[in-house]
Design a protein around this ligand. Sequence first.
Ligand code: TRP
Length: 361
Amino acid sequence: MAKIILTGDRPTGKLHIGHYVGSLRERVKLQNSGTYDKIFIMIADAQALTDNADNPEKVRQNIIEVALDYLACGLDPEKSVIFIQSQIPQLCELSFYYMNLVTVSRLQRNPTVKSEIQARNFEASIPVGFFTYPISQAADITAFQATTVPVGEDQMPMLEQTREIVRKFNTTYSEALTEPEILLPGNEVCQRLPGIDGKAKMSKSIGNCIYLSETADEVKKKVMNMYTDPDHVRMSDPGKIEGNTVFTYLDAFCNDEHFGRYLPDYSNLDELKAHYRQGGLGDVKVKKFLYSVLMEYLEPIKKRRTEFEKDIPAIYKMLREGSQKAEAAAAETLAAVKKAMRINYFDDIDLINGQIKRYQK
Ligand code: TRP
């Protein structure tokens, strides 16, 4: 069986380092591993509209930002099909048929939808489109017969729901759809990188992000203001690692080689942590180290982004061509789905002959 990846992001803002460690970095690795037959990366504008119906301009403006962030991180349109969700009409058709296979109570139990409803104060007035977006996400995944969906752990309920829809479809009609597997980042901190305030997950709406396109000065300012251990007042005080954002980020980003380059007094993160716990290590020193580590990732990304920004028409051309390729793939699946559901009337000679016979007197 062909190995196929589908994944994507909502274009509601620029991408941040939480996206990077949570999925972008992994995607680029998978892309370059050569072990996948096809890779589809989707800018999920239609899904973004399910909770931004009154602000299409926000979504419209951010498509190019996400595309630039993708290219800057190393996604390569020669190897990955990068496309825009709303340009693939087959996704809507698939969603419409999948809706018959999902109950309202099953959607109400979806933990991601539940918490998003709360976060958006939608309790009393949930748009139907928002409520049903897990079904639309199942269409996104199955339209490309994806075997592998690299995403963060918050998407686990979406994958479970997709797998259920696939099983239900294949048993109700006939085997037309592929059951996908989720692929989570190996490092657990990467799955849920907190914001610089150390509280919630990094998120645009909370304003606690470090963006991939940020300048070095902005990154420095944010790192220096990062939440650490509030009880670590004097340098000599023993410090806490747990819940200390600077160390959480180091867990996500740093490796032993970084110590050789930027902090040769220590040979690895365990040694640094031990010293911090014991006391005698100041926050500023650790933050400066983190800044150097982060910049090692962010500087080349920023540089590549600046290059791509010089030719915006080329980005739209790439998205248009990607969308055409994606549409061709989705059309194949839709045809198979309609055949399995036996709603491909005009191609169904047996149906037509059967009706002829019935009406022959
Ligand atoms: N829900 C995903 C997010 O919020 C975006 C998305 C839409 C997606 N469709 C998808 C991710 C299909 C993976 C597969 O980030």
